[in-house]
Design a protein around this ligand. Structure first.
Ligand code: S3P
Length: 441
């Protein structure tokens, strides 16, 4: 997918965030709902589906493989499952845009099909490491050709009989774990994964919701191939990763009081709440409940004085997508914030350590990138022009920084905000941020 336009955010300094709002649906859960719903027997109804470019890339990939999918309409999607063996060969490569989750999880699923398929992505996705999935899938018997350096396009050869493996993940990655487990659905015998630290477990929870037997024992998850999935209904909670921008914005802007509704607070995703609380944030988790096997709550955040901390390393995988916004919180905190053990941030949609450090320095903050993290001295933000490098979470994080800046912040290359947060500008404007989105040629 090549993009012609350059969307620039121009954000006026100051203001505060107020109100009750619901951010769009969880991206990770939305992807998985399409994948498992497509392979299930029967009709799966999804509500709260994220109508962002990433989850739509997954949806379109399954349509291209013959699955009838109605919607999305106001977050409702109806998937007419074709069963484990019912996918059809697509007539062209599957274009997954900017979406790492689509590419890594689909690699696992496609490795077990009876046809060949090629997975392609945009320039960011085509530079991201894929060997982390092609290696274990190769051990299972998959044949996947990559570009030099182990990157996309990925040509996956069908008709290979996969065999279960016992795989110890070298890094904490839910995408790798999920890719191996999804391939395991098609493998002979048992497939097990062991992770070095807890990562999001939406795949495991959703497999159980679709009636697939899995065994979980601490860091180890096992399943046997050859079973089937039973259609179900899925209520996708609001994405805690999208709620994060409002949480950080409300923390740093005096007078803010925001309640985020129906947010997924799965314990493998709640690091942002834990880290902000350690920094002194005023966060209430209200009305906790379970919806379709996932914990959900309303989150109220009021402005508070934050202090710098050394972020506990065990929180890193639980907040992995939230660091760009947390770095803005650290820039507004009193004292030093130190992050270590977060080298994975260098291989996200951008190198989130370097890109955030560069942007913060432009805005007058002392931010030093380290190989596996960053050291940020809290200070005063000034206005300036920063580059998001096409990374949705960086664009939205710098937008929130304007709440505490002394001048306008201009953010370049913001098109990809639509990958995870369609309607961001409208929602955040309604809450009190003075933001304009302009299109440059
Ligand atoms: C995701 C897992 C994480 C996360 C990504 C979504 C998922 O990636 O950063 O945005 O849905 O499984 P890693 O598994 O590479 O850490």
């Amino acid at each position: 997918m090549s993009k012609q336009s350059n969307v620039i955010f121009k954000v006026s300094p100051g203001g505060r965030l107020n109100g009750r709002l619901r951010v769009p649906g969880d991206k990770s859960i939305s992807h998985r709902s399409i994948m498992l719903g497509s392979l299930a027997e029967g009709v799966t109804e999804v509500t709260g589906f994220l109508e962002g470019e990433d989850s739509l890339a997954t949806l379109n990939a399954f349509r291209a493989m013959g699955v009838e999918i109605e919607g999305p309409e106001a977050g409702r999607v109806v998937i007419h499952g074709v069963g484990m063996q019912g996918l059809k060969p697509p007539s062209a490569p599957l274009d997954l845009g900017n979406s790492g989750t689509s590419m890594r999880l689909l690699s696992g699923l496609m490795a077990g099909q009876g046809f060949d398929v090629t997975l392609v992505g945009d320039s960011s996705l085509s530079g991201r490491p894929m060997q982390r999935v092609t290696d274990p899938l190769g051990q299972m018997g998959a044949q996947i050709d990559t570009d030099e350096g182990g990157t996309a396009p990925l040509s996956i050869h069908g008709g290979r009989q996969l065999t279960g493996i016992d795989y110890k993940l070298p890094m904490a990655s839910a995408q790798v774990k999920s890719s191996v487990l999804l391939a395991g659905l098609y493998a002979q015998g048992e497939t097990c994964t062991t992770e070095p630290a807890p990562t999001r477990d939406h795949t495991e929870r959703m497999l159980e919701g679709f009636g697939y037997a899995i065994r979980r024992d601490g860091p180890r998850t096992c399943l046997s191939g050859g079973g089937s999935l039973r259609a179900c209904s899925i209520d996708v909670p609001a994405d805690i990763s999208s709620a994060t921008f409002f949480m950080v914005g409300a923390c740093i802007a005096e007078g803010s009081d925001v309640t985020l509704e129906h947010v997924g607070i799965n314990p493998t995703r709640d690091g942002v709440i834990n880290i902000l609380r350690l920094m002194g944030a005023d966060i209430e988790v209200l009305n906790p409940r379970t919806v379709g096997g996932e914990p959900v709550a309303d989150i109220r955040v009021r402005a508070s004085r934050l202090k710098g901390i050394h972020i506990p390393e065990e929180q890193v995988p639980l907040a992995i997508d939230e660091f760009p916004a947390l770095f803005v919180a650290a820039a507004c905190a009193e004292g030093e914030t130190v992050l270590t053990g977060a080298e994975e941030l260098r291989v996200k949609e951008s190198d989130r350590i370097q890109v955030m450090a560069d942007g913060l320095v432009t805005l007058g903050i002392d931010a030093q990138a380290t190989p596996d993290g960053i050291v940020i001295q809290g200070g005063s933000l000034r206005g300036g022009r920063v580059d998001s490098h096409g990374d949705h979470r960086i664009a939205m994080s710098f937008a929130m920084a304007a709440l505490r800046a002394s001048g306008e912040i201009e953010i370049d290359d913001c098109d990809n905000v639509n990958t995870s947060f369609p309607g961001f500008v409208e929602l955040v404007s309604g809450a009190g941020l003075s933001i304009r989105s302009e299109e440059a040629a």
